[in-house]
Write a protein that binds this ligand. Structure first.
Ligand code: PSU
Ligand code: MN
Length: 305
């Protein structure tokens, strides 16, 4: 690889060379999104779901300053064991710091998109993306800006309503990001299947997502595509339960003066406590479902004429 800071695992490298489907996965959800050991179980379940579709998972992180594409089980366990205390949450601005100073880094949606693009991977599956925080319209996640400038197809369950979803959609529009509803006309709200807000286009098959991504490339447009998939019905959290927990967790974050990159991990952790773990089941179900959908989209792209 031309970039000496980037190390692609043998398995991922071979798949890319062969033109086989590969799906990138982020690592912030391992270090900052879930407690141990659910973090490792979830990361493994996502990788398994991708393999079950015949694709190769490429979990992305920075280990001792080296950007890694495709982690071993031991490496996932190492990062998951260290958690947020030992691993920096890495968006675009953090990447030069962790590489330059040889630190560990867990890539966010923005960070993972950048590295996936460097490695030649075009599909990335995650849970929720960052957005515009409720009550703090100046706190715009780097994820939204990255979606506007890096051509990766990001498969997610919408955004958690810890965010201001109408404002988040406005920023995505400004950034030129197509928001696709996968089997839905409305933006999913992560724990629940709908926010009620319209998406730009509904599609019902992985092939149609692949066609849109291919057209973006043919038009030489450099932005990402956001594919939003509702959480499976059986695992969705009742909307009032999710909403009450999010409102309380957001209130606590404000009261404690939590700000910047700490807000999202703090609120997610508190929602987990306030729902007595019920949010975790919805969260894991959405992640595994998105990993599977991402693999199907990558497979469709691999054979699109
Ligand atoms: N939303 C979730 N779960 C997550 C995150 C967001 O529902 O784990 C993580 C992702 O890594 C995302 C990041 O890219 O938080 C966004 O952080 P911020 O809001 O500071 O941009
Ligand atoms: Mn932020």
């Amino acid at each position: 690889m031309a970039n000496s800071h980037l190390v692609i695992s043998d398995e991922v490298g071979a798949a890319l060379l062969a033109g086989s489907p590969v799906v990138a996965l982020e690592s912030t959800l391992i270090t900052h999104g879930f407690p141990f050991p659910a973090n490792i179980e979830t990361a493994t379940a996502m990788e398994d779901a991708i393999r079950a579709e015949g694709a190769v998972p490429a979990t992305i992180a920075v280990i001792n300053g080296q950007i890694r594409v495709g982690l071993s089980r031991d490496e996932i366990e190492m990062l998951g064991g260290l958690g947020s205390a030992g691993v920096r949450k890495c968006s675009r601005r953090d990447l030069p710091i962790v590489v330059g100073l040889k630190q560990h880094g867990a890539t966010t949606v923005a960070g993972t998109m950048i590295v996936a693009h460097m490695a030649g991977i075009s599909v990335f599956a995650t849970g929720g993306i960052g957005g515009v925080h409720r009550g703090h319209p100046q706190d715009i996640s780097a994820d939204l800006i990255e979606l506007g400038r890096t051509p990766i197809t990001v498969v997610c369950a919408g955004a958690k309503s810890i965010l201001d979803l109408p404002l988040t959609l406005e920023v995505l529009e400004t950034q030129g990001v197509p928001v696709i509803g996968y089997g839905t006309e409305t933006l999913p709200a992560f724990y629940s299947r709908s926010s009620g807000l319209p998406v730009d286009q509904r599609v019902d098959t992985p092939e149609d997502v692949a066609r849109i991504a291919r057209a973006r490339d043919a038009l030489r447009l450099a932005h990402g595509i956001l594919v939003t998939v509702p959480v499976p019905e059986a695992d969705a959290l009742p909307e009032d339960v999710a909403e009450a927990a999010i409102a309380e967790a957001t209130r606590q974050a404000d009261a404690l003066g939590i700000h910047g990159k700490d807000v999202t991990p703090f609120v997610l952790g508190n929602v987990l406590e306030l729902t007595e773990g019920r949010s975790q089941q919805a969260n894991i179900a959405a992640l595994v479902n998105n990993a599977r959908t991402g693999a199907q989209i990558a497979a469709a792209l691999a054979i699109l004429p």
